[in-house]
Design a protein around this ligand. Structure first.
Ligand code: HEM
Length: 496
């Protein structure tokens, strides 16, 4: 296809995606330095519904139609952009019609059950990561609403919080407003907006899932991988709901077809999100690298690159490299694992090769893309930090997708916490960065050339601890406004 035809197709798709109906955080995210996330508990359903729809009516909720200038203008007036997610228990507390609840139960079982109950079997959260040890904000009966604010300054966040709290009145329990999750990028300079680092010292946010129609650039995935009501990469739309005819007769007077269309419109352009704060133990990670580096007579920088799959400057690690090559701006994501079939550059067990195997021949063709938003929290690590006193720091992970089971949960339970794919020299260790390591003799293999045995790293301890996880539904703006529709939300008569 010529470049001109490609650009025309991309533009057409862009026009087809209703940007005004999709939350900006879902489709595009923000490049701001700070964030504040609240997990709120509904105290008064009617007041909560009024507050949440007001967020849209008064343009606090930003959509994908709002460009950077719009966001900047609002921030200038100390109004941070707001995004909104609702847990299944939250939708029940907000009095969502049971017939709509049933659609979630049929089509999004993980969401309806909630992360707390799926942690052990579907997220590999066992031992110290078990849901029983999660922060109290993740108690399933309390975690109802996830509100996120983004800004460059603490002052803007505090001002917006105050305004929103006043607007909400007694809609929510106060405790959620007081126990916010504070995100902060490690560097707050203008160039850092394009190159963010995580606490282990690596460059992040390089590889992003690009959805067709999200911008005027061509995407890598169909909208249905992220948004409900659209076809996914396999051409399948699980949320078309053409055959769902929840019986609303007697309440709506709508034809069966119109009822079906109405139900479908509630889900359209929404997305599912997993909010997962993960504490990082940087001292432990650093000590592991230093010990292994001296044991194998290589540099700690080399090992860090092998564990992640990228050098500290973001460049993917290729066969034969022992130190970072000069980074090629704009080309950091320009590589194929097909070109490295034996894992001589990027090992099979490396974080990025597990999380996005791309065209790796060892993986079935289903790609399972996940959209990563979120931000680090806590102070930057310094080598001067005394041993054993790792301060509270980590990553406030926000992962968006259309199917929590097929995408988010599969990545954690199968790709991160089972043996890596690929033969030979794949090792037996879990994902070196995020795996729930429990076997000190598990091996992370770093294949060498034909004449040398692989380096076999052992002695992994958990470098990340799960602080909690909740699953939230980020509605489209149309769906959110249905909170005003008494057939969809509100108290129901006993016979209803
Ligand atoms: C504290 C926890 C984590 C840290 C420090 C971390 C760090 C990183 C870093 C440094 C990169 C490379 C930058 C890039 O390619 O954009 C990356 C990539 C990635 N991570 Fe993580 N990550 C964490 C947790 C997770 C989790 C829980 C998931 C999945 C649910 C995940 C999924 C991914 C994906 C999909 C990529 C992109 C791979 C690619 O497309 O090449 N990460 N991560």
């Amino acid at each position: 296809m010529s470049a001109l035809i490609q650009a025309t197709v991309a533009k057409k798709r862009c026009q087809q995606l209703p940007l005004h109906d999709i939350q900006k955080l879902v489709l595009q995210g923000y490049d701001l330095h700070r964030s504040r996330y609240f997990v709120l508990t509904v105290a008064n359903a009617k007041l909560a519904r009024q507050f949440l729809t007001k967020l849209a009516d008064e343009h606090w909720l930003t959509t994908a139609e709002h460009h950077r200038d719009h966001v900047a203008e609002r921030l200038h007036g100390q109004q941070c952009p707001v995004s909104l997610g609702l847990t299944f228990k939250g939708l029940v507390a907000l009095e969502l019609n049971p017939r709509y609840q049933a659609v979630f139960k049929n089509k999004a079982r993980a969401f309806a059950e909630g992360a707390h109950f799926r942690a052990a079997a579907h997220l590999a959260d066992t031992g110290n990561n078990a849901a029983a040890f999660w922060k109290p904000e993740f108690q399933p009966d309390k975690a109802h609403v996830l509100l996120t604010l983004h800004a460059d300054t603490q002052q803007a966040l505090a001002q917006t919080q105050k305004t929103l709290q006043d607007m909400a009145g007694s809609a929510f329990e106060m405790v959620g407003w007081h126990n916010a999750f504070e995100g902060q990028h490690l560097e707050e300079t203008a160039p850092a907006r394009k190159a963010r680092r995580v606490h282990f010292g690596m460059l992040d946010g390089i590889s992003q899932v690009r959805i067709h129609g999200a911008t005027d650039k061509a995407g890598t995935h169909e909208p249905g991988e992220l948004l409900l009501g659209h076809a996914n990469d396999e051409g399948f739309n699980a949320w078309r709901l053409a055959t769902e005819r929840p019986d609303l007769s007697g309440t709506s007077g709508l034809s069966a077809q119109a009822q079906s269309a109405k139900v479908a419109s509630f889900f359209k352009n929404a997305s599912f999100c997993a909010f997962r704060p993960m504490r990082q133990y940087v001292t432990a990670f650093q000590q592991f690298l230093d010990t292994q580096a001296s044991e194998w007579d290589v540099s700690a920088e080399y090992l860090r690159a092998k564990l992640l799959g990228r050098w500290d400057n973001g460049q993917v690690i290729r066969t034969g490299e022992t130190s970072a090559p000069v980074a090629q701006a704009g080309r950091l994501d320009d590589f194929k694992f097909k070109d490295d079939p034996a894992g001589l550059g990027c090992p099979f067990g490396a974080h990025i090769r597990r999380m996005n195997p791309r065209d790796d021949g060892v993986v079935p063709t289903r790609r399972r893309p996940i959209v990563r938003r979120g931000m680090p929290y806590g102070p930057a690590w310094t080598p001067a930090e005394p041993n054993g006193t790792d301060l509270e720091r980590g990553l406030l992970g926000l992962f968006f997708c259309a199917s929590l089971e097929d995408q988010f949960e599969h990545l954690l339970s199968e790709w991160a916490n089972a043996n890596p794919m690929g033969v030979p020299n794949k090792g037996t260790a879990k994902d070196p960065l995020i795996g729930n390591h429990s076997q000190p003799h598990a091996r992370f293999d770093i294949p060498q050339d034909m004449d040398h045995d692989p380096l076999a790293l052992q002695g992994f301890t958990p470098f990340v601890r799960t602080e909690g996880t909740l699953y939230a539904f980020f509605p489209g703006l149309h769906g959110l406004h249905m909170m005003n529709d008494s057939e969809v939300f509100g108290p129901r008569a006993c016979h209803d």
